[in-house]
Design a protein around this ligand. Structure first.
Ligand code: HEC
Length: 372
């Protein structure tokens, strides 16, 4: 080996390789969004937010994104007094009262998916990853510093889903404590609560996960779910056959494909179920997916509501019902007069959009062709 080739090798190893590595890392940082792609929102142009998509190299100013997309509701100074007239006030960030969690992750979720049942829209289809990061940082920086510590007893879902079993508190004066409950906490901030005994879905929450109050004791006190309730199922059984409740048996939970699943069986079918936050355009909601196998009986899935649902028609591939203030959509099952008939095998999706008035639903294309 000549001196020249040794020098060339040294140059390659010690100078060029680090530069190449640095370039690759920089490239990955700039071009790969840090979060997984949001669940596909059904197509609709968000009407409420200006779209600004700078080239990936331009540093994004959190303030610019804020002024263009958030200030009209949250106020230019973040005091919650925007120009937009809202039926419930937008949050003042200056006071730091982040009821959906004050971690970067928690605020990122709120910005990405919105808050179901409130005017807070989801920005998954409007802001790119860099813009979302910048505006989250900007919003958190408005809060008084003292507010920014996270409680230690908190169980937080971060990059992995969580399952928690134990006693669930009574939801209101008409409901009993559920001694055997299970909470599925998704990485998107959705928490689904079920009663293990009859495998009944009870409540969907969005935001923080849960606090264990029985950590040191013997399980004598309930788990405290922390998210905001976005939907409650009512008291009815989930599955009926000829008008009679069908007994479901809990089989367990599992973590699969990055989500927490519930497994249960009906007398003649096996079901796996999971949930995700999803929006229809800017209308925030969530979807429960049921994966059904070997269903030999004509079971009917009852819609999860206390109200008497009224069919409103098709839209975005779902059959929709109005149930009080909420919209409930079903895909993959045949609508019947009291619910949806399950297929023998396959996927059934249950899309719940809480707190939507008739006009907002029509603008979002429910029912089909009603949009303006
Ligand atoms: C159409 C009005 C509107 C727009 C636009 C809007 N928000 Fe909101 N936002 C709200 C309302 C209303 C709430 C309070 C919801 C509730 O009642 O909990 C809220 C709540 C929030 C929260 C939750 C605070 C908490 O308690 O944890 C965050 C964070 C937030 N908004 C950030 C943003 C950001 C960032 C933008 C811009 C990218 C934005 N919002 C745009 C109306 C809006």
């Amino acid at each position: 080996m000549t001196a020249k080739s040794i020098i060339t090798n040294l140059v390659c190893v010690f100078i060029l390789s680090p530069i190449l590595a640095a370039l690759i890392i920089w490239g990955a940082y700039v071009f790969i969004p840090e979060s997984p792609a949001p669940p596909p929102a059904v197509d609709m142009t968000p009407a409420q937010a200006a779209v600004i998509r700078p080239a990936p190299h331009t540093p994004v100013s959190g303030r610019t994104v804020y002024m263009a997309n958030c200030a009209k509701c949250h106020g230019a100074s973040g005091d919650g007094k925007g120009t937009e007239l809202l039926d419930r006030p937008a949050r003042s960030f200056l006071e730091g009262g982040f009821s959906f969690g004050n971690t970067t992750e928690a605020v990122r979720r709120v910005v990405q998916h919105g808050i179901a049942g409130t005017p807070m829209p989801g920005f998954a289809g409007t802001l790119n990853a860099a813009q979302a990061r910048a505006v989250v940082k900007y919003v958190l920086a408005m809060a008084p510093a003292a507010e920014l510590d996270v409680e230690d007893a908190l169980l937080e879902v971060r990059d992995r889903p969580l399952v928690l079993r134990g006693m669930l508190p009574a939801r209101g004066p008409f409901e009993e404590v559920q001694p055997r409950g299970v909470l599925l906490g998704g990485t998107d901030g959705l928490t689904l609560a079920y009663d293990v005994d009859d495998v009944r879905f009870r409540v969907a929450r969005q935001g923080a996960f849960a606090r264990r109050t029985d950590w040191e004791g013997r399980g004598g006190t309930p788990i405290e779910p922390l998210g905001r309730e976005i939907h409650w199922s009512g008291f009815g059984p989930a599955f009926v056959q000829d008008g009679e409740p069908v007994q479901a048996r809990f089989r367990g939970t599992s973590i699969r494909d990055g989500r927490a699943e519930l497994r249960f069986s009906l007398p003649q079918a096996d079901v796996r179920e999971w949930g995700v936050i999803r929006s229809l355009g800017i209308l925030p909601g969530y979807v429960r997916t049921l994966h059904i196998e070997g269903n030999a009986s004509p079971y009917t899935l009852q819609l999860p509501t206390l109200e008497s649902p009224v069919q409103v028609g098709k839209g975005h591939d779902f059959h929709w019902w109005r149930a009080g203030q909420d919209l409930i959509g079903v895909r993959g099952a045949t609508p019947t007069k009291d619910g949806a008939a399950l297929p023998a095998n396959g996927i059934v999706e249950l899309f719940v959009i809480p707190g939507v008035d008739v006009d907002a639903a029509r603008r979002a294309g429910i029912p089909e062709g009603a949009g303006t």
